[in-house]
Design a protein. Sequence first.
Length: 308
Amino acid sequence: MSMILSASVVRVRDGLPLSASTDYEQSTGMQECRKYFKMLSKKLSQLPDRCTLKTGQYNINFISSLGVSYMMLCTENYPSVLAFCFLDELQKEFITTYNMMKTNTAVRPYCFIEFDNFIQRTKQRYNNTRSLSTKMNLADMQTEIKLRPPYQISLSELGSANGFAHSLVVEYKGTGKISAAPHQRLEPVTLPGIVSFVLSLLCGALNLIRGFHAIESLLQNEGEDFSYVIAFFLGTAACLYQCYLFVYYTGWRNAKSFLTFGLICLCNMYLYELRNLWQLFFHVTVGAFSTLQIRLRQPQGKSPDYNV
């Protein structure tokens, strides 16, 4: 009998399970497939946004979009078109119910376990094809799968030590070639991220202006300390570099953001005599806020406009 057995929602960047269906079947095959689920969860950021893994009498299908992956386990004879329609329905409901900020900041596994109710209802509908809504356009889905079929993951690729991480290029029919570093694409910008970017630019501009004023004062009064000029310009560079880290992916990005924030704190400590407490608080708070937003905007590695 062809049917959907289980489904789960997983965060792409770290494989954190956000929600999952309650499964009662405890067969050996199901236990083995759960291991594959965990292995796939760790590799999601390195895989295309639509994949299938065939494991004997079972298939694992998943789609990824906006930093979240939707995975399902079904019998090998379950129609692929229905499988991806099922995943697409989960995706639309999850995006409607939970915003990106909640999924990005989640720290506990299965923190959206209430979504299980929707998964179970949808799974029951798809396991009883007579109850499926006639509004589903299976023809469109069938065409989409023909034009851009899911990438077929082999068990050898999944079980290898390197997996996809060290492969130079993955051939993916319908989309050409996918480079080995899709993680260089960051998640979409949020409103707090835009605010932090603007505030960092503002702090950089304020430091730059004060730096030029310090140079003028230094030229007029020979007794002025040139180190204040250096501190202002270092503060400007640190703020602008935070903006750069927020917009672009680089190696050791989180570590660089913390070091940059440390430099901002040191510069403001040195400029303690030239700024009042509110000014110091503003610059340090903006630096901390920007560091947090850089940390939250993680590599995505998936096409944000995925639309099955």
